[in-house]
Design a binder for this molecule. Structure first.
Ligand code: NDP
Ligand code: OXD
Length: 321
């Protein structure tokens, strides 16, 4: 009998998620394995040993009785965690340098944009107004990063290298050189009290849903030269209470927000975020997934598994990330 098939299931309306492109990449990196794009009515489900998926619908994987591993083609597994019929096999998520570097670029870009008062400067340019404001140094601000995992830790190091003071918050205790680390519910207030720019790189779980809310915004530090604090969310839309963000922007609790993710995606045309003067929005592309890198990564994980080695970046289903 040949090697078990790899089934690919990609649900996305984004161009970079083109299923035929993914299939071609997987065929290149798994030359001796059958790669099948789902749905395929001709496929015998028993043949499938591996599934590589992005946002499958609940129940899509339930028929594969011989599945050995599910690979999530992105970093966040919240869509999979919502599928209560997901086969009980190891679930591996993506953690690759390419994706991490792209997220670091996004975070550095947006932290610098607020630190360097870009919203004000662009508005001055549009009004043909020569009105320089005092510009402080990076070391005058503290950036607080919620989530010190693969992505959060990399952003923390990059911001530190630029001279920002950096604090971080995670679920478990951490020690990272040059970064003041807080953890758990007990550590949250002390973390927020220091933070001028709040960057959210948490996974969406039952514990973190709506963690970006009015109470949290009110606890952020307002004493820096930035004045009202700023939030940047590139984690998931479910982490933010959008009504609270709008109220906080409008009453001055927050000075600005950079948002990459939303409670409903694509962001509805009626959303006030589109035209809000204090919002910088991007369409969930802070860190695009690269089919070349990720297909190679999945092929490596399969090779490790078949050689009896431990899988990397396994999701803990109880924790939800
Ligand atoms: P990791 O699993 O490596 O890190 C998650 C971090 O969040 C860990 O530090 C973890 O703490 C912390 N955390 C989880 N739950 C809690 C909690 N209840 N309280 C405090 N801290 C908590 O994930 P990644 O860094 O790889 O990715 C983070 C998220 O980024 C993804 O889940 C995804 O949603 C999002 N993402 C968004 C993209 C985009 O384009 N916008 C692209 C890629 C990812 P601990 O270390 O103690 O476990
Ligand atoms: C994500 C990803 O989790 O693109 O959003 O990896």
């Amino acid at each position: 009998m040949g090697k078990g098939a790899l089934a690919l299931l990609v649900n996305s309306n984004q161009q970079n998620w083109s299923p035929p492109r993914w299939k071609a990449r997987f065929e290149e990196v798994c030359p001796d394995r059958r790669v099948v794009l789902l749905p395929d009515p001709a496929l015998d489900p028993a043949e499938v040993h591996y599934a590589a998926v992005w946002k499958p619908k609940p129940g899509d994987l339930a028929a594969f009785a011989n599945l050995r591993i599910i690979f999530n083609l992105g970093a966040g597994v919240d869509a999979l965690m919502a599928d209560h019929s997901l086969p009980d096999v190891p679930l591996v998520r993506v953690a690759v340098g390419d994706l991490t570097d792209r997220m670091t670029e996004y975070v550095v870009l947006h932290v610098l944009m607020h630190h360097r008062q870009e919203l004000y400067l662009r508005e001055s340019q549009r009004a043909k107004r020569w009105a320089p404001k005092y510009q402080w140094a990076a070391g005058a601000l503290t950036v607080g990063i919620m989530g010190l995992g693969t992505l959060g830790a990399a952003s923390a190091h990059a911001l530190r290298a630029l001279g920002f003071r950096v604090v971080g918050w995670s679920r478990n205790e951490k020690r990272i050189d040059g970064i003041a680390c807080f953890h758990g519910a007990d550590g949250l207030d002390a973390f927020l009290r220091q933070t001028n720019i709040l960057v959210c790189l948490l996974p969406l779980t039952p514990e973190t849903r709506h963690v970006l809310n009015r109470d949290v915004f009110a606890k952020l530090n307002r004493e820096s030269l930035l004045g009202a604090p700023v939030i940047i969310n590139a984690g998931r839309g479910g982490l933010q209470n959008e009504a609270d963000i709008l109220r906080a922007l409008d009453d001055g609790t927050l000075g600005a927000a950079s948002l990459d993710v939303y409670e409903t995606e694509p962001l509805p045309e009626a959303s006030p975020f589109w035209s809000h003067p204090k919002v910088v929005l991007t369409p969930h592309n802070a860190a695009d997934t690269d089919a070349d890198e990720i297909s190679k990564y999945v092929a490596q994980q399969i090779a490790r598994f078949e050689a009896g080695q431990a899988l990397e970046n396994l999701v803990d289903r109880k924790r939800g990330y």
